[in-house]
Design a protein around this ligand. Structure first.
Ligand SMILES: Cc1ncc(COP(=O)(O)O)c(C=O)c1O
Length: 403
């Protein structure tokens, strides 16, 4: 017997199937994988060494459940590394250690009273147009709740424009992703101020998924930097170690927040997991106390920044047209071409499928709110390796695209 709906395959699972098929027919070595947002680098050496030491400590306390307890200044240091803000200076702001962001995002609908009508605020779900990270939408479906889309447009450089929020939608929570995935766009102070004022006025909780913050150049303004001055706002910003320190498998992230939101998510979280792996926690705590952490994060940021410059040139030579500025250095969005090898393609999903089948280059297709078609690539490809770039150029030269 089954209880969930059948046949639901997400975008990434679909791409995974095409990739598996290509690998089987052509060999893994012929695949050029630039779709995933998963760092191809490994965690910094100093951090790895610390973890190795901690694992060998023969003390039960380090190997047991860690619950929600962060150690010493781990949260503060990581938040400061991402936002530049020392939260100790703001007594109304708290933080919490969380497992992966993804798990925490899944808990947000329940933490905002999903399917409970008898709440003070009669608002519904809502989320920003960010198809790569539809966790809230999926969970809303699981919970039989409503979620809506706040459209962002390439013509506005994917700016957070509150005029695009439909009047009739009353969300309990707005989730945004800045710096964005899939659009490589950062946030500015005035965008946050406008959105914060809107959220206070309409009693909306505001969440920013800031997974890519530490890898973005310094002009990006975090929600924390602005929200700290609005004690009436219920907000939360999440920062993850996954991308910052190329440690996707480590299950470590930190969230910073204010107000009632903290107690509600903490309750749900306490009933969901029992904290991270102890040796990682103590190692991260020690590592973040050293200046090396900032140096390593900056180094990663520079790697992606330089890679994007090289890759963008290759793709523009190939004929792709950027859909927006690339000012957050991890992804890049292009308008999807209309044809490949003089054959029309219906949409970006078909384009991606054809490109994978013809030359084994894997991107990610996206559709905008007005049906706009985009493709995205990530900078998780070693663009400093000349042989790899030559191979990419050669493979791309085998097909012709046009708009
Ligand atoms: C927007 C966004 N948020 C969060 C994550 C994942 O963060 P974590 O590894 O902490 O779950 C990703 C990973 O792809 C992402 O793209």
């Amino acid at each position: 017997m089954k209880y969930l709906w059948e046949g639901w395959v997400n975008l990434f699972q679909k791409i995974g199937m095409l990739v598996a098929d290509y690998k089987e027919k052509n060999g893994e070595e012929n695949l050029i994988n630039i779709w995933s947002g998963e760092p191809d680098l490994t965690p910094p050496k100093a951090l790895q060494e610390l973890v190795a030491k901690e694992v060998m400590i023969d003390d039960q306390k380090i190997h047991t459940y860690q619950e929600n307890n962060s150690k010493n200044r781990l949260n503060q240091n990581f938040i400061e590394l991402n936002s530049g803000i020392n939260i100790d200076e703001y007594p109304h702001i708290s933080s919490q250690l969380i497992p992966w962001e993804k798990t925490t995002l899944a808990m947000l609908p329940i933490s905002c009273g999903a399917n409970r009508e008898s709440t003070e605020v009669d608002n519904k779900w809502f989320m920003v147009w960010a198809p790569a990270y539809d966790i809230i939408r999926t969970w809303s479906e699981y919970l039989w709740e409503e979620s809506h889309v706040w459209p962002m447009y390439a013509s506005e450089n994917f700016r957070l424009n509150i005029d695009n929020i439909p009047d009739w939608v009353k969300p309990r929570m707005i989730l945004v992703v800045k710096p964005w995935n899939p659009c490589p766009v950062w946030a500015q102070r005035d965008e946050w101020i406008e959105l914060i004022e809107y959220c206070i006025k309409h009693k909306i909780r505001l969440v920013n998924d800031g997974a890519y913050t530490a890898l973005t150049h310094t002009s990006h303004v975090t929600l924390t930097e602005v929200a700290k001055d609005y004690p009436d706002l219920e907000w939360m910003e999440l920062f993850s170690m996954s991308k910052t320190f190329s440690a996707c498998g480590w299950r470590l992230a930190v969230t910073v927040w204010s107000s009632d939101f903290i107690s509600e998510l903490a309750k749900v979280k306490g009933n969901t997991d029992s904290g991270p792996f102890g040796p990682l926690l103590s190692a991260m705590e020690k590592y973040l106390e050293t200046p090396q952490a900032k140096i390593d994060a900056k180094k990663n940021q520079e790697i992606y920044q330089k890679r994007i410059v090289i890759l963008r040139e290759v793709f523009e030579e190939f004929g792709l047209k950027p859909a927006c500025e690339t000012d957050a250095w991890f992804f890049m969005m292009f308008d999807c071409p209309k044809s490949i090898n003089w054959e029309e393609v219906e949409n970006s999903e078909e384009f991606n499928k054809k490109i994978i089948t013809l030359i084994g280059v894997v991107w990610v297709p996206f559709t905008g709110q007005r049906g706009e078609q985009f493709i995205r690539y990530s900078a998780c490809y070693d663009a400093f390796d000349e042989a790899k770039i030559a191979k990419l150029r050669e493979v791309l030269s085998r097909v012709t695209i046009s708009y």
